[in-house]
Write a protein that binds this ligand. Structure first.
Ligand code: GLA
Length: 378
């Protein structure tokens, strides 16, 4: 990928820049908890974005998206917002840096990625973090890593229209090979957890249903609104910390739908903590059991699954897979599966065949390798 980027950069700009990269992410458990002030448990993966960048001495950004074969030029003022979706991410990062007092100028860039788009693996966070990290280095801005993550998140809020939490950008900035991170999205304290399922006889694999999820204009923001309404009725800033008893006590003051959304979120908080504890003991059975609970909570109460993902989780269960669930924002994308090594081949073959028979195409198998987050490449 780097070679292809370098060739294009040379042919477009007749020079060489520096290379930066960032990662997509998985999340073992803790879904739709981030904007509720709860816990998440993600890790960066070996798939992400790479960008070659060089300052060009003008006030214009000249960007080429290699995967889409599209070029775009834009200025750095608010009224210069480009119309292409992908360019808005880069523009948003520039603007959010400027809003924080960072002085930046024009640059040339060619970038490409290998995170499947719309698969719930945070391709957009990888793009944001690559540019936030790179511009921080290239312009010596001295922005700390949390703020780099927030720059990506604000880009989503203000330039893309997704009121996302901080998980994806946090994971792609802070990711560390061989480790998951438990982040408390209220205090922003986090801890690295070594994650080596292979040493315990397990594999982690994603199955991409190839049902494209599109969080922009999707019910993602509606879910967030439901949670905020219930938190307000409970007199809290976030749903974090609320109990099922408290929820039951206000049941007649909220809609049935909001009740179900909150029930899922409150349950999920405990599941994340259970999983972290189980992982430390090497108790993968508990990890897997909670993953299934999350899946069906996301499907029935939070209603962010789809038929294809429910099908994949069901097939996983039938194949004896330890844990399986929808991953990420929902409405399509992947399941994440924790599978005993000896069951792996049979599971993958069965899931592919059964899915293809029902939906006309196979799900794509993506083995998970937990890797480093945002960085400069040599
Ligand atoms: C998307 C958002 C995240 C998070 C997840 C669900 O990936 O970007 O902030 O809310 O959905 O856990």
């Amino acid at each position: 990928m780097k070679t292809r980027i370098a060739e294009k950069f040379q042919s477009l700009f007749q020079t060489e820049g520096e290379f930066f990269a960032s990662a997509g992410r998985i999340n073992l458990i803790g879904e739709h908890t981030d904007y509720n002030g709860g816990f998440v448990f993600p890790g960066a993966i070996d798939k992400g974005m790479i960008a070659e960048i060089k300052l060009n001495g003008t006030a214009t950004v000249r960007a080429f998206a290699l995967d889409l074969d599209e070029y775009c030029e834009f200025g750095l003022n608010e009224e210069d917002a480009p119309s292409q979706g992908w360019a808005r991410y880069i523009f948003g990062v520039c603007r959010e840096i400027q809003k924080r007092g960072g002085v930046i100028a024009g640059f040339d860039t060619v970038f490409a990625g290998d995170v499947p788009l719309g698969a719930g693996m945070s391709s957009s966070a990888a793009l944001e973090s690559t540019f936030a990290f790179a511009l921080n280095e290239l312009f010596n801005l001295g922005i700390d890593k949390f703020e780099l993550a927030r720059i990506g998140q604000s880009t989503e809020h203000n330039y893309v229209g997704v009121k996302c939490g901080i998980m994806d950008q946090f994971a792609s900035v802070f990711g560390k090979a061989g480790h998951l991170m438990r982040l408390d999205c209220r205090s922003m304290e986090f801890e690295y957890f070594p994650f080596a399922p292979d040493q315990n006889g397990y594999k982690v694999v994603l199955l991409n249903s190839c049902v494209k999820h599109e969080l922009v204009g999707s019910p993602y923001n509606d879910r967030r609104n439901s949670c905020e309404r219930v938190a307000k009725v409970l007199g809290q800033e976030f749903l974090r910390g609320a109990t099922m008893e408290q929820l039951e006590a206000v049941k007649d003051q909220i809609s049935e739908e909001d009740y179900l959304r909150a029930r899922y979120v409150i349950g999920e908080e405990k599941r994340v903590l259970d999983v972290c504890e189980a992982l430390q003991k090497g108790d993968y059975e508990t990890v897997g059991a909670r993953m299934y609970e999350t899946h069906w909570g996301m499907s029935k109460d939070y209603e962010v699954s789809c038929e294809e993902l429910d099908f994949l989780a069901t097939v996983a269960k039938e194949c004896g897979v330890t844990g399986s669930r929808i991953m990420g924002g929902g409405f399509g994308g992947c399941t994440i599966n924790l599978v005993k090594e000896e069951l792996y081949d049979n599971f993958i073959a069965t899931a592919k065949a059964a899915f293809a028979e029902k939906y006309g195409h196979e799900p794509i198998e993506i083995p998970v390798v937990i890797s480093d987050g945002a960085r400069k490449l040599a």
